[in-house]
Design a protein around this ligand. Structure first.
Ligand code: FAD
Length: 314
């Protein structure tokens, strides 16, 4: 890590008198929350309980992921529509290039715009045959995320977020190639990147150094995943190219049948990660909530966020 960056981090992370920034929250923290569309009625109840619990924390936006099948896509649209209808939070709809023509994708984007959605998280998406298979674009579709970003720009004045990979995307030949793609997505119109989750903060900060060294100035918001289920997270990490450090595995060791302790460890791990990032100058966070509010709510509380209760008119 460069000396300049360390100095910057030190200045940003410590207030006068050397007090850790995370111990004296200044109200300058921005958070966003990611949800996935629920499959069952019970999951829908959990999702809405979570949205309603987290909404008073005044997130910058909440985003809803997009799957590959028709029914899961309908659930995304329905979830985004309900957020617009029933909350004051700004929604961001994820959209991918998978298994759809440009016309179909453009139609979805236009419908979002017409429904009042102003923010799209634009992604290529995973291959239909699963992560690891070769991505085959739809014959009349957008070939990759850069193409999609450019297409969205032509439809309306969306705010467009894209992905970023501190440990590179598994299909990319190198981190440099990955950074070229990030640059191309920005040139096409993206204004924010959200990272794949990571557990070693140095990985993210080194990546940020590389991004800034290229003259890229858009926010590169760290994606934080509270480890609700270690086995599941580890298996997902393996597929997506995110590393699981040995110390993380050790912390969850022997807890497979002890959900209570596991939850406490998960909260501790996520808190440690996020507070360290605050000390090192980071102020924006995107939480992969897995549709559960409690861990994320507690971490946001540590970050100094408090519910804003809207006063009823007298
Ligand atoms: P891209 O940036 O498009 O890169 C993917 C690969 O294509 C890279 O190897 C890159 O080098 C290559 N590439 C990109 N552009 C070009 C180009 N112009 N020429 C040649 N090669 C190129 N998946 C979902 O299905 N639904 C979701 O809702 C979803 N949400 C996500 C949210 C976040 C924050 C993140 C980080 C990921 C999300 N994903 C989602 C996963 C994502 O779809 C996969 O990681 C997918 O494999 C890559 O899509 P991308 O847009 O992230 O990658």
């Amino acid at each position: 890590m460069s000396e300049k960056r360390l100095l910057e981090m030190n200045e940003a992370g410590r207030s006068e008198g050397g007090i850790r920034a995370s111990r004296s929250p200044c109200g300058d923290i921005n958070v966003s929350f990611e949800f996935f569309p629920p499959k069952t009625e019970a999951m829908e109840t959990t999702l809405w309980e979570s949205v309603n619990r987290l909404a008073p924390l005044n997130p910058h936006f909440v985003s809803v992921t997009y799957g590959a099948g028709g029914s899961t896509r309908e659930r995304t649209h329905a979830t985004v529509a309900r957020i617009v209808r029933e909350t004051n939070i700004k929604p961001a709809a994820h959209l991918t290039c998978v298994a759809a023509s440009r016309g179909e994708v453009d139609g979805v984007a236009q419908a979002y715009w017409d429904a009042g959605v102003r923010h799209i998280v634009a992604l290529r998406g995973d291959p239909l045959d699963g992560i690891g298979a070769r991505f085959q674009p739809h014959p009349q579709g957008y070939a990759h995320s850069t193409d999609l970003v450019a297409g969205l720009r032509k439809i309306a004045d969306f705010e467009i977020s894209v992905s970023a990979y501190p440990e590179k995307h598994p299909e990319s030949a190198s981190l440099e190639a990955d950074l070229d793609v990030l640059q191309a997505k920005i040139d096409a119109g993206a204004t924010r990147a959200i990272t794949q989750f990571f557990f070693e903060n140095d990985l993210y900060l080194r990546y940020l150094d590389k991004v800034r060294a290229r003259g890229i100035t858009i926010p590169i918001v760290p994606g934080i995943v509270p480890v609700q289920n270690f086995k599941q997270t580890a298996s997902f990490a393996q597929k997506t190219g995110a590393s699981i450090p040995p110390w993380l595995a050790e912390r969850f060791e022997g807890l497979d049948d002890d959900p209570q302790t596991r939850r406490l460890i998960a909260a501790t791990v996520a808190a440690e990660q996020v507070l360290d990032l605050v000390d090192r100058g980071v102020r924006d966070f995107h939480f992969y909530t897995m549709n559960r509010a409690d861990l994320v709510y507690a971490i946001c509380h540590l970050l100094g966020l408090r519910p804003k209760i809207e006063k009823e008119a007298a």
